[in-house]
Design a protein around this ligand. Structure first.
Ligand SMILES: [Zn+2]
Length: 220
């Protein structure tokens, strides 16, 4: 991870090639090179578009073909926390972070008509696995340094996703769904959160981050 992080110190957000060099042999799926670095193929989309024929609230900048531009597959949140901006197998962005219908929408909605895989956006530890009426089947990951990600409305959560389990970036969490009372179309609601988890409000006291707006992120 350290080589990657050194690189990210110089360049906070980057588009990311098909493979990222990691030192995490445990999650390797490719061959090592002579320096001991392991090429890991990350499963995240190489581009992301705003959903066609939808009004996308708080949409990130996009080109004339509705492709998010610039699209950064990975963003560094701290010197050792790197997260994917679209932790899904496939989909299009149907909502961004910001005020929506008079309420703060704390995450991104990524829509896809069939149940594709949802992945851990970054390396971390599973902190919560639960069902809530509002979020449906939900997973919360602690990435360290006060950064967390929440994944909501999953159809199913994979049986190995248990509280305390460590996951690598790209580890499958479950399938995209529409569980929970308020979710109509199948989509992932994913939140990038920062702050102190150890308060009475727990994850609901954390501050949502707009990771498509690098200027809004905490400095490091
Ligand atoms: Zn949402």
């Amino acid at each position: 991870m350290f080589g990657l992080v050194r690189k990210l110190n110089r360049l906070r957000g980057f588009a990311g090639a098909g493979c990222v060099a990691l030192l995490l042999a445990g999650c390797a799926s490719g061959a090592s090179n002579q320096r001991g670095m392991v090429q890991v193929k990350l499963p995240f989309p190489s581009e992301l578009s705003l959903c066609p024929n939808m009004r996308v609230s708080n949409a990130p900048a996009a080109d004339g073909y509705r492709k998010i531009d610039p699209y950064r597959k990975l963003v560094a949140l701290s010197k050792r926390v790197v997260v994917a901006t679209a932790p899904v197998e496939a989909g299009c962005l149907s909502s961004g972070v910001g005020m929506r219908s008079g309420r703060l929408h704390k995450g991104y909605d990524i829509f896809h008509p069939v149940p594709v895989n949802i992945y851990a956006a970054g390396e971390g530890k599973i902190l919560e696995v639960s069902y809530r009426n509002d979020y449906g089947n939900m997973v919360l990951i602690d990435h360290r340094d006060g950064f967390f990600t929440r994944y909501a409305h999953l159809e199913t959560i994979n049986p190995d996703i248990k509280v305390g389990q460590k996951v690598a970036i790209g580890h499958p969490l479950g399938l995209m769904g529409n569980s929970g009372d308020g979710s109509l179309a199948r989509h992932l609601h994913v939140e990038y959160l920062h702050g102190n988890y150890n308060t009475r409000k727990m994850s609901f006291g954390l501050k949502p981050l707009d990771i498509y707006n690098l200027q809004s992120l905490p400095a490091f």
